[in-house]
Design a protein around this ligand. Structure first.
Ligand SMILES: Cc1ncc(COP(=O)(O)O)c(C=O)c1O
Length: 406
């Protein structure tokens, strides 16, 4: 085995992994069809996509939007979150999960995640409940569903909505049922990196007619589905998707199952190949998760067991071997977006027994994950052949073997 590429050896991999997004002539035809139709907004492709995507996720109602962030805002508005309301969110997630709460006037309450799945910890949720908790957002991080049983049980007799942030989890399933409409509402993103994408876009799904109607109204200028065009029974905004996006998503949806099968096959192979390598463990696969979307393949890095190498150095070495990876999120409650913006929040809430104070949050699991543990491989690395997956494992094994040279 040659030296590490970082130390002048030849890299394990010199050819790129599959690129993302992927497209073919059916996508071109779909886009050209909209172009020539002269109907670029609020027309048939949107209706078709909403029906197809809701059906794909096994939900009754689907609403298309312009992003996953606005999907969260619309879902939060639909369940009635407003000024002074608390919404419990995991501290290990993309900023939108929490900033959407602030955007509708609410206060995000951060809780810790489980150290074996990185998903929201139901026990921490329980501890954070107050009389002003209006909703809990369960993020299916990396594409692995959060513990929907525990959260469902916890919220069953309370007037608190469960929103699934499924931005990373298209097609994922919990005990055989697709996620998204297991909670009250589910939100999705079709931003460029996502497993189903049109560059940008989002969706809300639900099995609850009333919530779906409210979400529809919020995304369409506060109109009602049955009202006149210039009648606005609610305050809303324009978060609609374009026909181009809907047409592209419809044609991309045709490829999703096949791509998911490839990712799953490669992820399982990678897990088996990494089994003997000391100092790296994939996240636990919860046995109730019957389909993992593998938006991310996440490794838990243990510096002590990896020859004392620190995580950043490991990531540098693996990148030099031609396997691109990164360390992922930072603890969200530390971001100035929350610490500064909420300094002037005009209302007190029970969680804080006063005005919001984000310096109070300290989630030890999130802190450790972010500081030293998580290593992310993105979904496109899992879209290749078996040999591509073997290259990932070989690069990691080589890095482990040469750890003493790092
Ligand atoms: C967990 C999570 N929630 C929400 C979003 C927001 O989606 P979008 O980028 O489409 O606004 C993302 C996307 O990056 C995400 O990963």
């Amino acid at each position: 085995m040659t030296d590490l590429a970082l130390n002048g050896g030849s890299p394990t991999r010199t050819t790129p992994f599959p690129s993302w997004p992927q497209f073919d002539e059916t996508d071109e035809r779909a886009l050209a069809g909209v172009l020539h139709s002269g109907r670029w907004g609020m027309a048939d492709r949107i209706d078709e996509f909403e029906a197809a995507f809701a059906a794909y996720q096994e939900a009754e109602y689907g609403i298309s939007l312009n992003s996953g962030t606005t999907a969260l805002q619309v879902a939060l508005s639909a369940v009635g979150v407003g000024p002074g309301d608390e919404v419990i969110v995991p501290s290990y997630t993309f900023v939108a999960t929490a900033s959407a709460v602030a955007a509708v006037g609410g206060v995000p309450i951060f809780v810790d995640v489980l150290d074996d799945t990185y998903n929201i910890d139901p026990a921490s949720v329980q501890e954070a409940l107050t009389e002003r908790t209006r909703a809990v957002i369960a993020v299916h991080i990396g594409g692995q569903p959060a513990d929907l049983d525990a959260l469902g049980e916890l919220l069953a007799d309370r007037d608190i909505a469960l929103i699934e942030d499924a931005a990373q989890a298209h097609g994922a399933a919990w005990k055989g049922r697709k996620i998204g409409a297991i909670g009250d509402l589910g939100t999705f993103s079709f931003q460029a990196s996502k497993n189903l994408t049109a560059g940008e876009g989002g969706a809300v799904i639900s099995n609850n007619r009333e919530l779906a109607d409210r979400a529809w109204s919020h995304h369409n200028c506060g109109r009602s589905r049955t009202g006149a065009w210039y009648e606005h029974p609610r305050l809303g905004s324009n978060y609609r998707m374009s026909e181009f996006h809907a047409a592209l998503l419809l044609s991309q949806l045709e490829h999703l199952d096949e791509q998911m099968a490839t990712r799953t096959r490669n992820a399982q192979l990678l897990t088996s190949l990494l089994a003997g390598i000391e100092g790296l463990t994939p996240l636990k696969a919860d046995e109730r998760v019957t389909t993992h979307a593998y938006h991310l393949y996440v490794l838990r890095f243990d510096s002590e067991r990896f020859g004392g190498v620190d995580r950043e150095r490991f990531i540098e070495a693996l990148n030099a071997e031609g396997v691109l990876c990164s360390s992922g999120y930072r603890p969200l409650y530390r971001e100035a977006a929350f610490t500064n913006s909420f300094a002037d929040y005009p209302l007190e809430t029970p969680y804080f027994s006063g005005k919001p104070d984000y310096s109070r949050f300290e989630c030890p699991v999130t802190e450790r994950i972010c500081a030293e543990e998580s290593v992310w491989l993105t979904q496109n690395l899992l879209l290749g052949e078996e040999a591509d997956t073997r290259d990932i494992a070989n690069a990691i094994a080589k890095t482990r073997e040469h750890a003493h040279t790092l």
